[in-house]
Design a protein around this ligand. Structure first.
Ligand code: HEM
Length: 129
């Protein structure tokens, strides 16, 4: 825990071995060697994912807060900025979504407003007759 290194995904793959299984979860690197026997989900799933990014599977299981606290003991480093793929596209998508929502909300205002004006004009014609 004291030493925090920066790993590229390639380095994780290379340093990973059956005697030293490494996992990438949410952009952090974990050495689960001493945790294999303790994992309530079994050592097999950890070994299967070793050397890889297991974030999705880890989140799919819905690990508890206890599990998340526990994993800090096995953290040996972080994934290099250049290899952190997931965060960036999400931010870009969020911005795009916000833009689309903003423009569609304007459209959503213009259509009812136009309908209201049209209705007023039509009613006025009826009342004048
Ligand atoms: C360092 C990383 C990990 C830690 C500290 C950890 C810890 C735990 C803990 C404490 C539990 C018990 C339930 C809970 O408290 O949520 C659990 C269950 C489980 N874990 Fe993990 N886990 C890790 C990584 C993974 C990964 C990468 C996978 C899948 C590839 C996985 C699959 C499972 C499964 C399937 C269970 C459910 C077991 C059951 O309910 O029968 N875990 N884990």
């Amino acid at each position: 825990m004291s030493e925090t290194k920066v790993y590229t995904l390639k380095q994780v793959e290379e340093e990973n071995s059956p005697s030293k299984p490494l996992l990438v979860i949410n952009n952090a690197v974990y050495d689960v060697t001493t945790f294999l026997n303790e994992h309530p989900g079994g050592e097999e799933v950890l070994l299967e994912q070793s050397g890889k990014d297991a974030s999705e599977l880890f989140e799919d299981v819905g690990h508890s807060t206890d599990a998340r606290e526990m994993m800090t003991k096995y953290k040996i480093g972080d994934v290099a900025e250049s290899d952190r793929k997931k965060e960036e596209p999400k931010e870009t998508l969020k911005l795009e979504t916000t833009d689309a929502e903003t423009s569609s909300s304007w459209t959503a205002w213009i259509i009812p407003a136009a309908l209201a004006i049209a209705a007023t004009v039509i009613y006025k014609f009826f009342f004048t007759k």
